[in-house]
Design a protein around this ligand. Structure first.
Ligand code: GRG
Length: 317
């Protein structure tokens, strides 16, 4: 198995135990809410955002403990967004990560509360655990995740997305929506991992270096969405673990409807190259970030979980 896959699988399996420990036990009251939180987070997903935290943390010589907390915070925000996105008032979907969506398995009120509680838990973790030696930097990290998740980030992108059903968006409009909806959290994952660095290593990650990492995050965040649109057209429901072709059925503008599959793939490849260029000054320590960019652009399967053997390691080429 290629070295990158070993690295990613090892992190994914270890991180599953971390999430297991950090989530409230289903034996604790209110049991049904805690069970639904665990259902929504555990045993599913590619864990791309946590892997980005770990990869950026490796570049920054960060220790495992703060990276686990930062990665968990990002993944909990992501899981909350999926639970809410799947609800009837939003995307109204019944399948997620190969399982019934949270509101189908439980009920709508529980799915709403799952999202609320996961979001709170993310910020509780980020503020309660020491992430770096400098409290001011830790506060900036909390602010970074809040901004990425809020109305100028993911939630705002979702609002634009809901308003765009049946609309003809231009490419810049589509890009602006996805930079927020999908891109903001991916971008924040890279910066959170980098900022877990111990103070001495941080000298190698000055403002200019963080800007280059941020540009990398912006490019792969958008490439992720472009490829998500391509996969939504090309792959089937069983492979994706979510309903295939849903965006077209819902009359939503996508990169595929705007550009066609071939140009959408070319766009993802251009973003991939741009992301790699922004890492050019970093040397071998940025190897995992480069490999993750390749995975994001060339991935083929979407429906992995640790119990099914790990990440969706199908490759378009
Ligand atoms: C409800 C505030 C709020 C936001 C929802 C992320 C999101 C915003 C909606 C998800 C809709 C969607 C399918 C977007 C396409 C890109 C995307 C985020 C896909 C899911 O992420 P993956 O592929 O999922 O990383 P896994 O299951 O692997 O974690």
């Amino acid at each position: 198995m290629p070295d990158f896959q070993n690295w990613a699988l090892a992190h994914q399996h270890r991180f599953e135990s971390v999430l297991h420990e950090l989530l409230p036990s289903a034996d604790l009251a209110p049991q049904r809410l805690h069970a639904a939180m665990r259902y929504s987070v555990l045993d599913g997903g590619k864990r791309v955002r946590p892997l980005l935290v770990f990869a950026a943390g490796e570049l920054a010589c960060a220790a495992a403990a703060p990276l686990d907390i930062a990665a968990a915070a990002v993944e909990l925000i992501h899981a909350y967004s999926l639970a809410h996105d799947d609800m009837p008032c939003m995307d109204n979907d019944v399948l997620r990560r190969g399982k019934p969506t949270c509101h189908v398995e439980y009920d709508e009120a529980t799915a709403l509360l799952v999202g609320d509680a996961l979001q709170s838990l993310a910020f509780q973790l980020l503020s309660a655990h020491p992430l770096c030696a400098d409290p001011a930097r830790q506060l900036r990290m909390v602010k970074l995740l809040a901004a990425a998740s809020g109305s100028r980030g993911m939630a705002g992108g979702q609002a634009i997305d809901l308003a765009s059903v049946g609309q003809q968006l231009t490419l810049p409009e589509l890009e602006s929506m996805h930079i927020r909806k999908t891109g903001a959290l991916i971008r924040a994952s890279v910066l959170l991992g980098a900022q877990c660095s111990p103070d001495d290593a941080c000298e190698t990650l000055d403002e200019a270096a963080l800007d280059r990492l941020d540009h990398y995050g912006k490019c792969i965040g958008l490439a992720f969405q472009v490829m998500d649109d391509v996969l939504d057209t090309e792959a089937d429901t069983a492979t994706l673990g979510k309903t295939a072709g849903k965006d077209a059925d819902d009359n939503k503008p996508t990169y595929v409807t705007l550009l066609g599959v071939a140009d959408a793939k070319r766009m993802a490849e251009d973003l991939h190259q741009d992301a790699l260029e922004s890492l050019s000054g970093f040397g071998d320590d940025a190897r995992r970030l480069r490999e993750l960019a390749g995975f994001i652009v060339h991935r083929k399967y979407e429906n992995p979980s640790p119990s099914r053997g790990g990440l969706g390691w199908g490759w378009v080429r």
